[in-house]
Design a protein around this ligand. Structure first.
Ligand SMILES: [Zn+2]
Ligand SMILES: [Zn+2]
Length: 392
């Protein structure tokens, strides 16, 4: 058989010294031309497609290419033990690379097969609600979940006590079966988990009555979940080994817990920083002084500068959210001051404000003067100058 094969370089129509990009380009062109989907029912195209795919599988792999260059087809006919088997190629990486943009998602799952050894159990998904404060400081939550537990009657074998499993006849105990993928690759074969024994290679003849042959029984469990300080809304915590059991003796899957953090109206979180606002009375803003500010770590006293404007933002260093990655890293809190305009003043307070105005920029009198001088309301600049000179 080996001597009837065409030279791989000849198949792809490339020179022996062709580089990777040239080989790939040549194969892409052939694959497009001879792809079974483009040539339904055309056996010759199918054969050419397979031939090109095989050539590409070898020439695109540095190790296989070296062996081929040295030994020719003899490198892969089995007798040399070079280990090349067309049915054993990694199609996902090979064709995903080549066809990703040609055939879109057609290759999803193609060639996917479990790596050797028992499969890991599936992951389970759960959710937990925590308060804003719990997200900052971390917390421990308990979830009650129904997990599959090993059946005590059959010790997880699924077989009725006293009976034993027998070798699966569909896969001869291998746990895998070989399928031919006609639609996409003609003769190309694909290995999948055996549907009869689900990869275990064994069939239960007499099922355990307690677990109906599954080997597991549902059991409610309380599972502790450690939620780290600094977690954000929508992040996920993994609890190893609390997922589904493996179907064939492998490790259990994980439990994935989606964390939902309640909003706190006082604090807006952005990354590791927190944003708040704080009211400043007019007197505090004008004269400065100590004020009390809330932080998630408790209140702090802050010295406001005299003449602080509204919307002034200050930073409280280290009063933000701790980093999940490093306990030494903590964000900051940014506080925006909002200067309050007094309302509901009594007559005494009003009078004081009038006096205050007279002593400062006399804005009340100026506005009155503006409206009384008909037609000259636009001359604000001149008035201000006059007033400033008058003061000196
Ligand atoms: Zn059982
Ligand atoms: Zn089987």
């Amino acid at each position: 058989m080996a001597e009837q094969k065409r030279d791989y370089y000849e198949v792809l129509g490339v020179d022996k010294n062709a580089d990777d990009a040239t080989i790939k380009k040549a194969y892409r062109q052939l694959a497009k031309k001879y792809h079974p989907d483009m040539n339904p029912g055309d056996k010759e195209a199918e054969a050419k497609f397979k031939e090109a795919s095989e050539a590409y599988a070898v020439l695109s792999d540095a190790d296989k290419k070296r062996k081929y260059d040295q030994f020719g087809h003899a490198a892969f006919d089995g007798s040399q033990g070079a280990g090349f088997d067309f049915n054993d190629m990694d199609f996902t990486s090979m064709f995903g690379d080549i066809f990703g943009d040609i055939f879109g998602g057609a290759f999803g799952g193609f060639g996917s097969r479990s790596s050797s050894g028992p499969a890991r159990g599936k992951s389970l998904l759960a959710g937990v609600h925590i308060s804003f404060e719990e997200s900052i400081f971390g917390c421990e939550k308990e979830l009650e979940l129904t997990l599959k537990d090993e059946c005590p009657t059959c010790k997880g074998t699924g077989a009725k006590p006293g009976t034993s499993k027998s070798t699966c006849t569909k896969c001869n105990g291998k746990g895998k079966v070989v399928y031919t993928q006609q639609s996409l690759f003609g003769m190309v074969q694909n290995v999948q988990t055996c549907p009869d024994c689900h990869g275990s290679g064994q069939i239960i003849k007499e099922k355990c009555r307690d677990c109906k042959g599954t080997g597991y029984i549902p059991k409610k469990q309380r599972i502790k979940i450690n939620i780290p300080a600094g977690i954000d809304d929508g992040q996920r915590v993994r609890v190893p080994g609390k997922g589904e059991p493996s179907p064939n003796g492998g490790p259990r899957g994980d439990l994935l817990v989606d964390v939902v953090v309640s909003q706190n109206p006082r604090y807006q979180r952005e990354g590791l920083n927190l944003f708040t606002t704080a009211p400043l009375s007019f007197a505090q803003a004008a004269l400065g002084g100590e004020i009390r500010l809330n932080t998630v770590y408790g209140d702090v006293i802050y010295e406001v500068k005299p003449g602080t404007q509204t919307d002034t933002r200050i930073r409280l260093k280290g009063k933000g959210v701790p980093s999940l990655r490093s306990s030494n890293v903590v964000g900051d809190q940014y506080v925006t001051f909002v200067v309050q305009v007094p309302t509901g003043l009594n007559e005494e307070a009003k009078e004081l404000i009038r006096q205050f105005d007279e002593a400062t920029d006399n804005s009340l009198a100026e506005a009155a003067a503006d409206t009384s001088e008909d037609g000259k309301s636009g001359s604000g600049h001149g008035k201000k100058k006059k007033k400033m000179f008058g003061k000196k």
